[in-house]
Write a protein that binds this ligand. Structure first.
Ligand SMILES: N[C@@H](CCC(=O)N[C@@H](CS)C(=O)NCC(=O)O)C(=O)O
Length: 221
């Protein structure tokens, strides 16, 4: 079994962005296989991945699916993906798990699209409640652990930042009302070299991979 990381269309696949950031931060050497997503019914993904979803990692005989499991696997190779201090590490794991399990209203109302400007769209009571909860997480985390740098736990972009990076991307695309501290964090994440590399590669994807359901949000209002 070759060492491979299966990913979906970079423009849309928020979970793939998480998995890719984690693998890159951990320095795992893998072949990246991009499978254009068809929006929940991608036969080529179902054919390779145990849960029928991407990201999916094959590494030195191990098969790892679900982004949070990929985070833990990567952290075995690169422990600095989680904070070194126990209480900060517990907090990081908790907010990463909360992201993995939740914020469904935000994800539904503001699907990731790295190539569009949907400023002002996607705001409803449920998505705005999710955004308020996320801003509280960002604010509390940075207040407790974020001294010394722009990321959630300070100077190092870690697994928690990777889990929230697609949320930052949604905030850029949909431009909901955000407080100044959140805006600064979102910009720091966008400026991270790996996030920038992902955006650049997303911009090079062929037009044939565009999906109408994600490209026509502005027409729907
Ligand atoms: N809980 C999963 C979610 C993964 C997921 O939903 N991936 C989407 C792409 S962002 C997918 O593979 N969809 C299958 C498809 O479009 O056919 C994780 O954390 O990895």
């Amino acid at each position: 079994m070759a060492d491979r990381l299966y990913l979906g269309t970079r423009r849309y696949s928020s979970w793939s962005l998480r998995g890719w950031l984690l693998v890159k931060l951990a320095g795992l050497q893998v072949e990246e296989v991009i499978i254009p997503i068809a929006g929940g019914v991608t036969a080529a993904i179902k054919a390779v991945s145990p849960n029928g979803l991407v990201p999916y990692l094959e590494h030195r005989g191990a098969k790892i699916w679900e982004s949070l499991a990929i985070a833990e696997y990567c952290a075995e190779h690169h422990p600095a993906l989680w904070p070194a201090e126990r209480i900060a590490r517990a907090y990081a794991r908790s907010i990463a798990a909360e992201m993995h399990a939740g914020f469904r209203a935000l994800r539904l109302a503001m699907p990731m699209n790295l190539g569009r400007d949907y400023a002002g769209l996607g705001q409803n009571p449920e998505s705005l409640a999710d955004i308020a909860a996320i801003e509280k997480i960002f604010g509390d985390c940075r207040e407790k652990f974020g001294a010394g740098g722009p990321y959630l736990f300070g100077a190092a972009f870690n697994a928690a930042d990777a889990m929230f990076a697609p949320v930052c991307a949604r905030f850029i695309t949909f431009a909901p009302p955000l407080n100044a501290a959140t805006r600064a964090y979102v910009q720091a994440v966008r400026n991270h070299p790996l996030v920038d590399e992902w955006y650049a590669k997303a911009a090079q994807e062929p037009d044939a991979w565009l999906l109408d359901k994600y490209e026509s949000l502005a027409d729907a209002v």
